[in-house]
Design a binder for this molecule. Sequence first.
Ligand code: B12
Ligand code: SF4
Length: 449
Amino acid sequence: MKVLLISANTLTAPYPVYPLGLDHVAHALAPAHDVRIADLNVTGNGAALAEEIRYFDPDLIGLGLRNVDNTDMSAPEGFVDRYGDLARSIRKVADAPLVLGGCGFTLFPREMMAALDADYGILGEGERLRALADALEAGADPSGLPGVVAGRGRATIPDPLPDPVQRRFDPAFPHVGFYLNRSGMLNLQSKRGCPFRCIYCTYPHIEGRRMRRIPPEAAAETAVRLQEAGARYLFVTDSAFNADADHSAAVARAFKKAGLSIPWAAFFAPMTPPAGYYREMADAGMTHAEFGTEALSDRMLARYGKPFRTADVLAAHRAAVDAGLYVAHYFLLGGPGEDGASLSETLDLVDNIDRAVLFFFCGMRIYPNTALYGIALEEKQISADQSLLAPVFYRSEHIDGREIVRRVKEKADGRRDWVIGAGGDEVADAVSKMYERGFSGPLWEHLIR
Ligand code: B12
Ligand code: SF4
């Protein structure tokens, strides 16, 4: 059957992100099904998309919903209304069943099915769309297939797929050029799953807790293919690249051995690294390390369920900076137990973090299927029948969110390398101008003084 996969994400902050998930879904569908990808960053949501749909005349339409909102309490922006409009405009030109998927959908399946009035949804890994397409083609009833939500029915997230993941990347796909011309940045996974249990984090729900590793040589082969297609920078999108330090080091070595010569980046948990770890990363071409640090108070790190403490953060930071990497730390303030004293601990110790960009998210969004959800329920901050689609942020009973922002801003004292939230339009505009001038990559290093 003909399947059109549509990427609905047009968010440009901090930069437009290549719709990697669709490559994986496309691989699972082809060659049994005839697959095309339409990316709203290229077609927009108007006439060009309608023309694409009419021309291809799909039997099934898969709509990829990556972002629900920007999770930024300082400048909140939601996308679901826009997705609803998009679904309605698709319906006007196509009779094909509409299937929703993507991590945004997995977080809020019931709400998204209702808001977009969709026929089906795929929870978790979109490779399971293949079974749905096969069933529909065979005229079989797809309800009950693992991970398939049918109409207003319910489904549970299935066990993660066992095999290392594969993707269908074709440089001839029209949307590839958009990302190459703009940021020059493409992306890849080296594994799925995160084994840690940070209380607020959705990643283990989306990807599963069990790590499924792609053989380093296969990850390197993909990386080189992306480079040959014209990528000038790669982002490894693993939830925490160093959750398996040995595997990540093997991936880095494989990149080098395969001849990868463009710079790349990844997310890291700031755990004390094995000796020489970040030097090996830098030696393999990694230029940027993004740390999910969240706080510099041991009490808060314990409360957040983080697999590291402040001494580990400082060790990881030093090792990364000494290896010559650009470093960013993400902070997440205002969670359970945060008070004036813990905030002071974080803001005092932050003086030890030099030569880095610090992103401060001042407010912890509550997501279903997290430990934070249970805490907020118990504290009666939310009720069991409440939808969290419109962001609800946890409120510490000991300190007000506005006070946190005030103290962070006071401490920042106008420093360019302290960014509140994702930086909003200001950072996105600056980044966009730099792409126009030919720069590549995430570019936050230009904020480091
Ligand atoms: C890496 C990452 C980033 C990197 C991306 C770098 C890059 N160049 O690729 C950076 C740091 C830039 C980033 C930024 C942001 N991110 Co981010 N990011 C992630 C992360 C960790 C991985 C995403 C990824 O690539 N996964 C790998 C691919 C293969 O998986 P996937 O896209 O989920 O696709 C699979 C399934 O979802 C499904 N699927 C996907 N599409 C479709 C389509 C159909 C039809 C079907 C059936 C299935 C399907 O099948 C795929 C294969 O199994 C996720 C968390 C996570 N672990 O999922 C957050 C996440 C996606 N980010 C999120 C957010 C909010 C953001 C920002 C808005 C944050 C901000 N304020 O700046 C920005 C938005 C950027 C943008 N322009 O869209 C949220 C989105 C949910 C939400 N709350 O809205 C997530 C889920 C994290 C969270 N808070 O829960 N992000
Ligand atoms: S280490 Fe990172 S990805 Fe894993 S659970 Fe904690 S915050 Fe989430």
